[in-house]
Design a protein around this ligand. Structure first.
Ligand SMILES: [Zn+2]
Length: 160
């Protein structure tokens, strides 16, 4: 790993002081994402107005990589249109698979530090969990629509 200290610092920072880890009462979408191989279990909440993600949060538990990655994903995607967010998710998944270009990885800003996860197969599902859950929300918006009082729909298990 090219800059281990930097990588660890960012991971620690997002776990000690996650910016987006909280409930979101007025969320339009809520979807649970589970990575059974590690025990990561998050609920991703998004508020979307006129096609723009205006707010987002996650709750749940998981390892440092899953939590930091979800936090960084929200940092990047809040304020973006749904299409831009999905494009960034594609780039992130491409980065993890080793197919993204350096220019593309630059667009991921801080999340680019997770690049080297591609060499750690056991952690790949941790890193992609938040991004994959974002994709799932927009893949089936009706199923992911937040229904107050009804709870969230059953877990979306991350297959990758
Ligand atoms: Zn994990």
């Amino acid at each position: 790993m090219q800059n281990n200290t930097f990588y660890n610092e960012i991971l620690t920072q997002h776990n000690m002081d996650p910016y987006h880890k909280h409930e979101l009462d007025d969320a339009d979408f809520s979807l649970e994402g589970v990575n059974p191989s590690c025990g990561d279990d998050i609920i991703l909440n998004l508020k979307v107005e006129n096609g723009v993600i205006t707010n987002g949060s996650y709750t749940g538990d998981g390892c440092a990589i899953s939590q930091a990655s979800a936090d960084m994903m929200l940092d990047l995607c809040i304020g973006k249109t749904k299409e831009e967010a999905l494009r960034l998710a594609d780039i992130f998944l491409g980065m993890i698979k080793g197919t993204a270009t350096d220019e593309e990885i630059e667009e991921l800003e801080e999340a680019g530090v997770l690049k080297d996860i591609s060499h750690m197969p056991a952690r790949v599902k941790c890193a992609v969990l938040g991004w994959h859950t974002l994709q799932e929300i927009f893949r089936d918006e009706q199923a992911a629509a937040a229904k107050p009082g009804e709870g969230i729909r059953p877990a979306n298990v991350c297959h990758m």
